[in-house]
Unconditional design. Structure first.
Length: 141
């Protein structure tokens, strides 16, 4: 389903969205690590500070980024998801989540393990009215 880790590592935000909209990130702290990367708002594509050419985490804010670019990212990743999908539709594609988190009343984050040997953590934030609105795909070590 998901592309190989070697292919994932080579992905860059500028392949899918206009480069003039991208902000460069330095010394970005996330998940207990320090990263460098690219961002458009809350869509962040991150490489570890000690391996600056190897993408290991990407986040997509479907409510902000152009829909066409988002669909291209999903197709490239090999994730048969669509912006706005319902929770049931996401579960039909990815199976049962390993965890469900709910920090605010109008949305849930479903956590999945995906890929060969479960080598990716995939988080799907689903809003009650807007459906799938945010996605994080991270390499699992």
């Amino acid at each position: 389903m998901l592309l190989s880790r070697q292919e994932f590592a080579k992905l860059r935000l500028g392949q899918f969205f206009p480069t003039e909209t991208i902000t460069r990130l330095e010394n970005w702290e996330f998940m207990g690590r320090t990263w460098i990367g690219e961002a458009i708002g809350f869509s962040e594509w991150l490489c570890p500070k000690d391996s600056e050419t190897e993408l290991q985490s990407l986040a997509i804010d479907f409510e902000v980024l152009p829909r066409n670019g988002c669909k291209r990212v999903l197709a490239t990743l090999g994730l048969p998801l669509e912006p706005g999908m319902s929770e049931d539709s996401v579960r039909n594609v990815l199976g049962e989540p390993v965890e469900v988190q709910q920090f605010v009343s109008d949305r849930k984050s479903l956590q999945f393990k995906c890929g060969t040997g479960d080598n990716y953590a995939v988080s799907c934030t689903i809003k009650e009215t807007a459906g799938l609105s945010y996605l994080v795909v991270m390499v699992v070590h």
